[in-house]
Design a binder for this molecule. Structure first.
Ligand SMILES: NC(=O)c1ccc[n+]([C@@H]2O[C@H](COP(=O)([O-])OP(=O)(O)OC[C@H]3O[C@@H](n4cnc5c(N)ncnc54)[C@H](OP(=O)(O)O)[C@@H]3O)[C@@H](O)[C@H]2O)c1
Length: 237
């Protein structure tokens, strides 16, 4: 069974759809339900679970994993997908906003990973963390988000060493820009700039990022752990 954080829209939604179509049991959360989570709950009453969880609330994350354990017993795949982007220059960003960004993008996935890894101990499994090219290149206005994502990548490498011996692989997908609600504020001019700087000459699609996640989760990647796979059309090369 698979746990995907933030499965109500964007990349998380595509992963939920594709995993369910492949026959996985899937548990996901977001703060709010929507048409998609409602439709999945109706279409897959036995194999789909959605709960309301806020990444800022560690107790809610732990409670969610308790529900997962009661309903599904073990976890085979965790995708730490949910993330929050807030763009603001570092000198003006409010202290509370800094804490919130680090909590959502780093602390929360660390807690979710610990709880899920404990449910992988018997049969092994795979963890895929969703980072961002902000973790590996400097861009203005995203310092705190970049710090959290770079932290997530380091976390993944350390964990790969620790959990490899018990059969748990840990990898990172590092996407460049793709269209979603997270990036809805990006202006057309900036989209054109990104496209222009991208060797493959276009923006990525959410399906292409999902392909990389599902590859790392699959048996085809059974000897890959501790790695980051950058999916960005070459913009960081
Ligand atoms: N889009 C890009 O260009 C891009 C590029 C590089 C990396 N990424 C990374 O890719 C991942 C997916 O991004 P996306 O573009 O698909 O994002 P998205 O469309 O904004 O979806 C985010 C998901 O996370 C949930 N979420 C957000 N804040 C939450 C919170 N505080 N507590 C619980 N759930 C929360 C959202 O539901 P609710 O709002 O209802 O909670 C939603 O289900 C993120 O980790 C992001 O950093 C995205």
């Amino acid at each position: 069974m698979a746990v995907v954080s933030g499965g109500s829209r964007g990349l998380g939604r595509v992963l939920v759809e594709r995993l369910l179509a492949e026959g996985w049991q899937v548990a996901t959360f977001s703060r709010k339900p929507n048409e998609f989570t409602g439709a999945m709950a109706q279409a897959h009453p036995e194999t789909f679970l959605w709960e309301s969880v806020d990444l800022q609330e560690t107790a809610q994350i732990r409670q969610f994993t308790k529900t997962v354990k009661e309903r599904f017993t073990a976890v085979d795949l965790l995708v730490n997908n949910a993330g929050v982007l807030h763009q603001e220059l570092f000198l003006t960003i409010a202290p509370q906003k800094i804490d919130d960004l680090l909590a959502a993008n780093l602390t929360a996935p660390v807690h979710l990973t610990q709880a899920c890894a404990r449910l992988m101990m018997r049969g092994g499994g795979s963890i895929v963390n969703i980072s961002s090219i902000n973790a590996i290149r400097g861009y203005r206005g995203v310092g705190v988000y970049a710090a959290a994502k770079a932290g997530l990548e380091g976390f993944g490498r350390a964990l790969a060493r620790e959990l490899g011996p018990v059969g748990i692989r840990v990898n990172t997908v590092t996407p460049g820009f793709f269209d979603s609600e997270l990036t809805s504020d990006v202006t057309d001019r900036n989209r054109e700039k990104i496209q222009h700087r991208t060797p493959l000459g276009r923006l990525g699609t959410v399906e292409e990022i999902a392909d990389a996640v599902l590859f790392l989760a699959s048996p085809q990647a059974r000897f890959i752990t501790g790695q980051s796979l950058v999916i960005d059309g070459g913009i960081t090369c």
